[in-house]
Design a protein around this ligand. Structure first.
Ligand SMILES: CC(C)(COP(=O)(O)OP(=O)(O)OC[C@H]1O[C@@H](n2cnc3c(N)ncnc32)[C@H](O)[C@@H]1OP(=O)(O)O)[C@@H](O)C(=O)NCCC(=O)NCCS
Length: 230
């Protein structure tokens, strides 16, 4: 059960959409609120400075405003944010790190003619997780991929709960257990549920005590994509 706006309801009977939560493009005036939210959403990364800085969010808005999103409650509170840009990878599943692919967070690696939406970040406020807000952001990304006629979207999802299992199993066994539902991972289970495929493990992706720097290369193929004529 949760209580929202004085109404007590079973958790799964209300969707954030019904409570007026919307996903919209980020505006310059959102930047300081996103920075504050990042500190709360990433308590394990924030001490190392591995969260968005204002200059980076401003760079994203200059480079690819269409790909920057926030989840907003009816009173204007930002409860989620997401940052993307465009790439073309060759080979298509090339191993990469978060720093390389994002140009250390600035998105100057953005290619406007790229065929792939790269998902650099998605996070929701810890008090509002498991309410469907992350899923709403993914739906917005799918709409953007369709609208821009992109081939796919990809990302490196940190294997959030691996640290709790690393003394018992390799990262490969861990991912197998998450994929067959034996273990729930805050990030990878969510990504699989919303329609991504797991491609491979990306070691040394991001300095992170939770994932021990491992991420999952994830991909969602646009079912409506058709190859442009040569
Ligand atoms: C990953 C994250 C963004 C998910 O956000 P969220 O708001 O909790 O997402 P949702 O509530 O939409 O989805 C979570 C749940 O719904 C499921 N779900 C969401 N949409 C779904 C759909 N369309 N169909 C089936 N299942 C779905 C998820 O698997 C998950 O299951 P649960 O009900 O057992 O919790 C959030 O956990 C987070 O901010 N994590 C920390 C930041 C982070 O590490 N981000 C990733 C960076 S790589």
């Amino acid at each position: 059960m949760r209580i929202h706006a004085g109404v007590t309801e079973p958790l799964h009977s209300i969707h954030p959409r019904d409570l007026g939560v919307i996903i919209r493009n980020t505006k310059p005036e959102d930047v300081s609120n996103i920075v504050d939210l990042q500190k709360i959403s990433y308590p394990y990364l924030a001490p190392y400075g591995n969260i968005w800085r204002s200059e980076e969010l401003e760079s994203h808005l200059r480079i690819f405003p269409q790909g920057q999103f926030v989840a907003v409650e009816p009173d204007g509170t930002i409860v989620g944010s997401a940052s993307t840009f465009l790439v073309s990878l060759n080979p298509e599943y090339v191993e990469h790190t978060w720093i390389d692919i994002t140009a250390d967070g600035l998105f100057t690696t953005h290619i406007s003619s790229g065929d792939t939406l790269y998902l650099a970040d998605v996070s929701t406020h810890p008090k509002h997780r498991h309410e469907g807000i992350g899923g709403m952001i993914i739906d917005t990304w799918k709409e953007l991929v369709t609208e821009l006629k992109l081939r796919r979207m990809i990302g490196g999802g940190r294997l959030f709960n691996y640290t709790e299992h690393a003394d018992k199993m390799s990262v490969y066994e861990y991912v197998e257990k998450v994929m067959n539902g034996e273990i729930k991972d805050l990030v990878l289970s969510f990504e699989l549920d919303v329609g991504f495929s797991f491609i491979k493990i990306l070691p040394n992706y991001l300095n992170d005590v939770r994932s021990l720097n491992y991420a999952g290369f994830i991909e969602w193929l646009n079912p409506k994509y058709s190859q442009p004529p040569n």
